[in-house]
Design a protein around this ligand. Sequence first.
Ligand SMILES: [Zn+2]
Length: 118
Amino acid sequence: MKIEFRKITPNPTPFLLEREGYRCEGSFRKLSQKVVEITFHLSAESRLQCDRCASEYEHVIDEDMTLQIADGRFEGEDLDVIEFFDHVVDFDAIAVSEIETVRSDYHLCPACKENQGE
Ligand SMILES: [Zn+2]
């Protein structure tokens, strides 16, 4: 799902993405001329590999997120702003990149988590 920046208004607009492997539901609104804020709940199933024992396991992502999206280069202090350079907000790209961020975190399988601290 892609929406042009210029079509986004200061009033929160609800959205829902249902894709194979993930679901994303929330709303977006314009914060300023060049910045849009998206608040949503992300649920996804992801196969992770344990960083300790290397076994694979299913992980369910179930998180509330708030992200700021800039139309072009963002000249501010906040480094967490996601920049798009073609004047559209690509919601699928945002969801996929958030899932990738979770995947690339350090994580342990349930068994190692249980044994943690031994
Ligand atoms: Zn493990």
